[in-house]
Design a protein. Sequence first.
Length: 276
Amino acid sequence: MMELINAPGWARNVYPVTYLSGNTQDCADLHSFGPGMREIYILHYVLRGRGVFEENGRAYPVETGGTFLVRPQAIIRYAPDPADPWEYIWVDFCGSEAAALLRQTGFSSRGPVAPPLPREEMEPLYRRILAAGDGHKEYHQARATGYLHVLLSTYMEKFPPDRPMDDGYGYVQSALQFITTRYHRPLSVEDIAVHLGISRTHLYRLFHRFLAVSPNEYLARFRVQSACAMLSSSNLSVKSIAHAVGYEDQLYFSKVFRRLTGETPTGYRQSHPPAE
């Protein structure tokens, strides 16, 4: 089912840019969102771990120190890597000038994910917003909104628009998109390399450079992440789920699943029952 979260009616047009709320989220329990839509902007800064953010069907890896932006009306999904689940800090906001401010950052022209930025620099900016907004008076929101502008100006500086990106990262993004649409079928590193028109060796180098994992390992993590979602939301058998995420051998699937999550598929299902 599609999730839709709206901005509070009072906040939509009060200020040109308005801070709404924020918090931290530790996803050790593999908490995820989507597919769904929001009517507000949400910046997520990853404090540790890693995960995947999907916008309108396109997948983006997000590492420690990375930022992903949820934009209004985009169909999104985000989930932690089961082997290294992320913890992130987030702030959400809205306003008639929010889009104009974001156009001065790379989020408008370079995509919804910013490359890693130092935690010692970014985390205090987020926490200052949360601390300032911790109250119900209008001045709390005004202060938090002021600090939000400082945060956005930092992204303008550190992640400016239209700065050329290493074209190697474009290959990685294309590979991730290919995996997203083909992971449920038999898929090899050779298949991915042929699709991109590059060699296996070059593909391995790019994955290790940008993601610090091999293509095979990323594919395994993506499949297990998808299997986790199915185990906790359906009554399909483990064998059916193994086939649905691209594994013809159920025993091998269970071996990979346990290596990445520390649990068997059946054990994971028992410890992660469907939400009521």
